[in-house]
Ligand binder design. Structure first.
Ligand SMILES: Nc1ncnc2c1ncn2[C@@H]1O[C@H](COP(=O)(O)OP(=O)(O)O)[C@@H](O)[C@H]1O
Ligand SMILES: CC(=O)N[C@@H](CCC(=O)OP(=O)(O)O)C(=O)O
Length: 263
């Protein structure tokens, strides 16, 4: 890994399964002066809470169709429950951490996505308050960010967590973004067997999206990866949160998961 700061996106698919060792790894990194910045998702927990309230979850192109009542639930689950759970787990394992929503201090400034007529209050990121993130890091805390955006008029937006993480990584100018999910990397079927691809080019990715070997929740990850690699970010690693020592291996050895570099 190049510089000592990295952005990590933690997917809702894996959050509940992350072992204490994962958070201990973060504590040890923090103690060594490495500066993780965490952006998290929580799709499955949102679906569950919406379900309990009798609200059906609908997605268009991987984005949740979001009206104001849905956004109340999204904000409650992401910025309330999940964000605070992560902060508590970090603190329990000895790391110092502060949780924020993208609306706090206008951390994530957003505008409606192009297909807002289909998905409603879903946002694209147009700005990140990197000074605020920098300040939290300087105070010795790991920032934990929920992907809710805000515009100048004070309107909230639901933002896909991969998109939010990619934008934060770009804006902070980190070398590395680590995407932690529930699969060991980008997989492809070779000779009838599923294998993890250690490294892929943009061309491979476009081809795999067209052939539908990349589908569903992997699409926003790949799009966010390509988008931040067009800027200053040098590599995006997609890794499995339940793999042993996944973070230290990703940060120090880089021999795990799938690596995407600009190509
Ligand atoms: N080529 C692929 N390789 C690996 N996983 C893939 C691929 N294409 C689609 N996926 C799916 O992407 C999922 C991860 O995305 P998602 O469920 O949104 O997780 P998260 O909550 O971590 O963002 C995997 O569980 C898998 O079902
Ligand atoms: C617009 C949109 O779809 N937002 C997502 C935000 C959470 C997310 O992205 O969580 P994962 O990383 O666990 O998928 C949602 O409402 O589910």
């Amino acid at each position: 890994m190049g510089n000592r700061r990295f952005v990590m996106k933690c997917g809702g698919s894996t959050l509940a399964a992350l072992p204490d060792a994962f958070f201990e790894d973060l504590r040890d990194m923090q103690a060594k002066g490495i500066e993780p910045v965490i952006v998290h998702g929580g799709g499955p927990a949102i679906n569950e809470t919406l379900g309990k309230l009798g609200i059906e979850s609908r997605f268009v192109g991987g984005l949740r169709v979001t009206d104001e009542p849905t956004l109340d639930v999204v904000e409650m689950v992401l910025a309330g429950r999940i964000n605070k759970e992560i902060v508590r787990k970090l603190q329990k394992n000895g790391a110092k951490s502060i949780g924020l929503s993208g609306t706090d201090g206008k951390l994530i400034v957003a505008k409606p996505v192009e297909n807002a007529h289909e998905v409603g209050l879903v946002g694209d990121v147009i700005g990140v308050n990197s000074t605020l993130v920098e300040g939290i890091i300087q105070l010795g805390f790991i920032p934990v960010i929920a992907p809710i955006g805000i515009d100048e008029a004070g309107q909230r937006y639901n933002i896909n967590a991969d998109t939010a993480a990619g934008a934060v990584a770009s804006e902070l100018g980190v070398d590395t973004m680590i995407v932690v999910t529930d699969v060991p990397g980008i997989m492809r079927t070779v000779d009838g067997k599923k294998v993890v691809l250690p490294q892929v080019t943009f061309e491979d990715l476009e081809e795999m999206i067209v052939s539908e070997e990349i589908y569903g929740g992997m699409i926003p990850k790949v799009r966010a990866a390509m988008s931040c690699l067009h800027g200053n970010v040098k590599e995006v690693l997609i890794v499995d949160g339940s793999a042993e020592r996944v973070l230290s291996r990703a940060v120090t050895e880089g021999d795990i998961g799938t690596r995407i570099v600009r190509s």
